[in-house]
Structure formats: structure tokens, C-alpha cells
Design a protein around this ligand. Structure first.
Ligand code: 5GP
Ligand code: ZN
Length: 113
């Protein structure tokens, strides 16, 4: 996708602080962190949102969540962490390339705002 911010980060035409990369995904620090640890786990394949995924993406979605859990362990979030996918403008999605937020390092409130 030519005009997608996260595709540009994946292609390295925009820089980001990468913390993980494999064949399917990258993870990098959020530019506007909402917690001491705030990492975005992003599939290399462009899919605009969770709602746009299909059954063909089931394995990919599982990998993204496992990546988030493995990163939480690697980053020392032993007291807890949150994994969030905002879907659609009304839920706060601002970048239309599927991503999971991995948040930790502070007490998390429920329900989220
Ligand atoms: P959303 O609002 O779509 O759920 O999450 C998009 C996230 O991307 C936001 O938390 C925002 O701070 C982050 N973000 C937006 N632009 C950039 C950027 O250029 N670089 C990085 N690293 N994060 C970004
Ligand atoms: Zn994209």
C-alpha cells in the first residue's frame, strides 16, 4: 500500500524503533506512548483492520498475539500487560493497517476510556 504509514515503516521508508521482526510481523515503539511500554505489533501484510480479516488470516492473527505475549515476557511485563486492537474510527483507530497495541509497565484501569 503506497499511502499507508505502517507499510512505509515495514519497508523502512519511515523510521521507527523496531523491537522485533520476523517473516510475518514487525513490532516497534509507539511514537506517542500511553504507558511505560507501548509497542505496536503489526503484520507485514496490509489488512486495514481486524474487521477486514478473513478465515485465511487465522494463523497470522494467532502469530501476532503470540508475538505480543513473547514481547511482554521479553520486555519484563511480569505484573501484567494489555493487548488492544482498536477497530474503526469510533473505537479510536487512526492508522488503517491492522495492529495490536501492547501496553504495560503501569496499572491498567477497566473499563478503558
Ligand atoms: P490506533 O489509533 O490506530 O489504534 O493506533 C495507531 C498508533 O500509531 C497510535 O498509538 C499512534 O501514536 C501511533 N503512531 C502514529 N504515527 C506513528 C509513527 O509515525 N510512528 C510510530 N512509531 N507510531 C505512530
Ligand atoms: Zn499498510
Amino acid at each position: 500500500m503506497l499511502d499507508c504509514l505502517f507499510c512505509k515503516i515495514i519497508q523502512r521508508s519511515i523510521s521507527a524503533k523496531l523491537v522485533f521482526e520476523d517473516n510475518d510481523a514487525v513490532a516497534f515503539e509507539d511514537i506517542n506512548p500511553q504507558a511505560p511500554t507501548h509497542v505496536l505489533v503489526v503484520p507485514k501484510k496490509h489488512v486495514s483492520s481486524l474487521a477486514e480479516t478473513t478465515d485465511a488470516d487465522v494463523v497470522l492473527l494467532g502469530r501476532l498475539q503470540r508475538t505480543a505475549a513473547a514481547l511482554a515476557a521479553k520486555l519484563g511485563l511480569s505484573s501484567g500487560f494489555r493487548v488492544v486492537a482498536n477497530n474503526g474510527r469510533g473505537a479510536g483507530q487512526t492508522v488503517e493497517h491492522l495492529h495490536y497495541h501492547l501496553l504495560g509497565g503501569r496499572e491498567m484501569k477497566w473499563p478503558p476510556g
